[in-house]
Design a protein around this ligand. Structure first.
Ligand SMILES: *Cc1c(COP(=O)(O)O)cnc(C)c1O
Length: 461
């Protein structure tokens, strides 16, 4: 029962923010785990990245803009590559893909997952060797599959019996024997800090393990011989913080592997455990280091193989978010500041749900910091919102910003490298922001800003 609107209830309802949000000691401090590695605050109080002052980036490229710390991105590629040793690391292109990104992946020795013809086109244009490309998707078209086969992609992760039909036809037409993996839904649902292991899996991806579809798909591919079955694949979810879900998934996959061995006398040479490794969006998140993930995953696979008397298959993983997520932040300019009923301050920026839909779509938490200057004012509870005609157009639900935050200030939101530009829309006919790569004191546009002309060109009347 609500006794009094202004009573003790205020504390419960989050007028001081969610329970994990601490009032910062220093409102200008940059929490290292949230920011790309080269980000710092200069003596003058402005933020800098890759040796370039944030104000200069805003002047040169405008706002809003996604800013990529190229050195940070490379270091995360390397960390996964080194930690997982002999395993193949497929960067999940859906997190964010551009030809410049593909070139870096090639240089760093990573492979690349795509899930549409469009992503495949970027991968090929960026120069990824086709044999290092994997094609995903639950509804790949004949055109997409044909293009992938003709390009010679290294593996197609088959997801349905319809797709096996299509691919078999294409294989015959082209005189090829495409390499495939079978996507298995293992009954593990991983989400943020928890995972749920279930017997059944009610979702659109893959072949169900419990219902026998996965075994049937494997049987069919092996007996028909039109496709080369390389192994089993599973991807259990996203923003995962520990390896217990992978343990269940690996165990279930390897049990199927053992059953295939018993029935067909074949040990499938590869095993893919997918991606989904979590990152820090706010101070409440503590992601695992790639080397700890690698140690755990490789131990789990070895143990299970020993128990089932299988040889250890060649492992692959598919991190997307964990590589590109923390490597980028979004730079905005503040347009209006509104104190709403003494509850909190609404800070409106020049972007919004069109450049970051994750807050609205997944109830995701983000943080923000004043980027163009430091402040000596005390922190106030703020909500960072966009410019769209939609009350749910929220970028950062709860954050402490300095009390003097005002129009014209630059604001940076970290952790926006994954699933922000790649999910960006033109809602309200807002042109999508550019991606600016910064390294060694230089900034350069790798994806240009959309213009109103770009949008008007699509409207053919
Ligand atoms: C989305 C996806 C990934 C990458 O997930 P992240 O959370 O970005 O690591 C990997 N594999 C598959 C099959 C996916 O669908």
């Amino acid at each position: 029962m609500r006794a009094h609107e202004a009573g003790a209830l205020h504390g419960d309802l989050g007028f001081s923010g969610p329970s994990w949000l601490r009032t910062p000691q220093d409102v200008n401090a940059l929490v290292p785990q949230l920011w790309p590695r080269t980000v710092e605050r200069t003596a003058g109080g402005e933020m800098a990245v890759g040796g370039v002052n944030i104000r200069k980036i805003a002047e040169q490229h405008g706002t809003p803009a996604y800013v990529l710390d190229e050195e940070d991105f490379r270091s995360r590629c390397r960390a996964f590559k080194e930690a997982f040793g002999g395993a193949e690391v497929f960067y999940a292109g859906k997190a964010f893909i551009a030809t410049h990104i593909v070139r870096i992946l090639v240089e760093e020795g990573l492979s690349l997952d795509v899930c549409t013809g469009g992503e495949l086109a970027v991968a090929l244009r960026g120069g990824m060797p086709p044999e290092r490309i994997g094609l995903h998707g639950n509804n790949k078209s004949v055109a997409e599959l044909t293009r992938a086969v003709e390009a010679g992609v290294g593996r197609i992760i088959v997801d349905s019996f319809d797709e096996i039909d299509r691919l078999t036809t294409i294989a015959k037409q082209t005189g090829t024997r495409p390499k495939v993996m079978v996507r298995v839904t293992v009954g593990v649902e991983a989400h943020t800090h928890e995972y749920i292991a279930t017997a059944h899996e009610d979702q659109k991806f893959g072949f169900s393990l419990s219902g026998g579809a996965a075994a049937a798909a494997v049987d069919r591919i092996i007996t028909e011989q039109a496709l080369e079955l390389r192994g089993l694949h599973s991807h259990i979810g996203s923003q995962i913080f520990d390896t217990s879900g992978f343990e269940v998934s690996a165990r279930r996959l390897l049990q199927l592997q053992a059953a295939i061995h018993d029935k067909h006398g074949i040990e499938l040479p590869e095993l893919d455990l997918g991606g989904g490794f979590g990152i820090a969006y706010t101070t409440q998140d503590t992601p695992a280091e790639p080397r700890d993930l690698a140690t755990d995953l490789m131990r789990i696979v070895k143990q299970e193989c020993a128990a089932l008397q299988l040889s250890v298959p060649h492992l692959s993983i598919e991190p997307g978010r964990a590589i590109v997520g923390p490597a980028m932040f979004t730079l905005y300019e503040v347009g209006t500041v509104k104190d709403v009923d003494g509850i909190r301050t609404y800070v409106s920026v020049d972007g919004g749900m069109s450049d970051n839909i994750r807050t609205a779509l997944y109830d995701a938490a983000y943080s923000a910091t004043l980027a163009g200057r430091a402040s000596t004012e005390p922190p106030i509870l703020a909500r960072v919102v966009g410019k769209h005609c939609e009350a749910g157009d929220i970028i950062v639900k709860d954050e402490f910003l300095p009390a003097d935050v005002r129009a014209g200030d630059l604001l940076a939101v970290p952790g926006t490298g994954a699933y922000c530009r790649s999910m960006a829309s033109n809602y309200n006919h807002v042109p999508r922001p550019p991606v600016v790569a910064v390294v060694d004191g230089e900034s350069r546009v790798i994806v240009r800003r959309e213009t109103e002309d770009d949008l008007l060109k699509l409207d053919v009347g």
